[in-house]
Design a protein around this ligand. Structure first.
Ligand SMILES: [Zn+2]
Length: 386
């Protein structure tokens, strides 16, 4: 299992200069390699691969000695990143999506260097990186397992390192309960046990401050002025705060679900498709994709199961009798079945349907859902499968 650990780095002035110089050189390499692939295709109709480009790295180092100051695997990783961008581009063309050609990276866009295998080590106080040296690090929590990859990243003028580590899974004791989770914008999530979690709407709360900060940037016409740079940084910091608040909230919500349940079922959402409509802003504010990926990572770590089910009609079907029609949902929150008269909260009803859809697939696989389950949804299913 892989797990990531992120720590703040405190480079000295000299180290910071070295880091910035490495970022600059790596960005140049990326952009030149992109240019080369573009030209080769435009002028000769030839496709150069990332592997072809990697073979030329030693020649580049001979011609431009400044590149000798960078760990060789870091340089290879830059070309790998470009290759990945191209592969994703071709994949999108093939599947008929909007292709999006790989972009040239501006100064503020290219913000990380990666040691994919070796050239780094870590002790209590310092993190060592080949060709940079020992940087002071704050280990706010102990690292686990063996480090596989190290990435140094610059974020709003601060430096961070994230280590991807190979760790052993630590299964949690079974709780004997399963849960269905319905997500929405009014409530962040509603469980089949009738538990409601508020949607904190961090972005909307920060909007007022953001608007003021954004205006202050657009007032400053001189694109190169120091004041404008500072104002831009202020906006970036506000955005960063929102995304950190959201990440923290997602972590806490996911941990709670994973601790309390052996099986968690949620809707397989087409989040991208939803992010385009009227509700786009509030849906982005919620950030379900991040939440679901955290949820499945944590579940994997704790040997719990997460299942994404087909979301169609989960909000219109009656959980008691299975009758499915639009009229069942009387209002945003109330559900009254037109066939059997069953009344419930609309979201809780949907969450129970979600759980009911996930349970058969677990039993088919031969998982251990033999003991009676706490959740009401399961008892209902045992009586009336639909
Ligand atoms: Zn019914």
């Amino acid at each position: 299992m892989l797990k990531a650990f992120r720590y703040r780095l405190y480079p000295t002035k000299t180290q910071e200069t070295a880091l910035l110089e490495q970022l600059r050189l790596c960005r140049n390499l990326y952009n030149c390699a992109l240019q080369e692939r573009r030209d080769a295709y435009k002028k000769a109709g030839k496709t150069i691969t990332g592997y072809d480009q990697m073979k030329h790295l030693s020649e580049i180092k001979e011609a431009l000695p400044e590149y000798k100051g960078i760990h060789s695997q870091v340089l290879q990783d830059v070309l790998k990143r470009l290759d990945k961008a191209f592969k994703a581009f071709f994949r999108r063309i093939k599947s008929g999506e909007k292709p999006g050609y790989p972009r040239f990276q501006g100064r503020d866009r290219f913000d990380s260097i990666c040691y994919p295998q070796s050239g780094f080590s870590l002790s209590d106080k310092t993190a060592f990186f080949s060709k940079i040296g020992n940087i002071r690090v704050r280990l706010h929590r102990p690292i686990e397992g063996t480090i596989k990859i190290a990435t140094i990243r610059r974020e709003c003028g601060e430096w961070y390192v994230s280590y991807v580590c190979e760790v052993e899974a630590t299964p949690l004791p079974e709780t004997g309960s399963s849960v269905g989770v319905d997500v929405g914008t009014t409530w962040f999530c509603i469980t089949s046990d009738g538990e409601f979690t508020q949607n904190p709407r961090y972005f909307q709360t920060a909007m007022k401050k953001l608007r003021v900060a954004q205006r202050s940037v657009s007032r400053k016409k001189n694109k190169r002025s120091n004041r404008r740079r500072k104002a831009v940084q202020h906006v970036a910091k506000l955005h960063r705060k929102v995304s950190r608040q959201r990440l923290d909230f997602h972590h806490r919500t996911a941990v709670k679900l994973v601790r309390e349940n052996d099986l968690i079922a949620h809707e397989g959402l087409n989040v991208e498709g939803m992010g385009r409509g009227n509700l786009a802003r509030s849906i982005h504010d919620v950030g379900w994709s991040q939440f679901f990926s955290l949820l499945s990572q944590k579940a994997e770590c704790a040997a719990r199961k997460v299942i994404a089910v087909d979301p169609r009609y989960t909000s219109q079907a009656c959980h008691q009798c299975g009758h499915t029609c639009k009229g069942n949902r009387v209002s945003q929150s109330r559900f009254v079945c037109m066939a059997c008269g069953h009344t419930d909260n609309a979201d809780v009803n949907a969450a129970r349907n979600i759980l009911a859809r996930a349970l058969p697939s677990v039993e088919n696989v031969g998982q251990q859902v033999k003991r009676p389950l706490r959740s009401r949804a399961h008892t209902a299913l045992a009586v009336e499968p639909w």
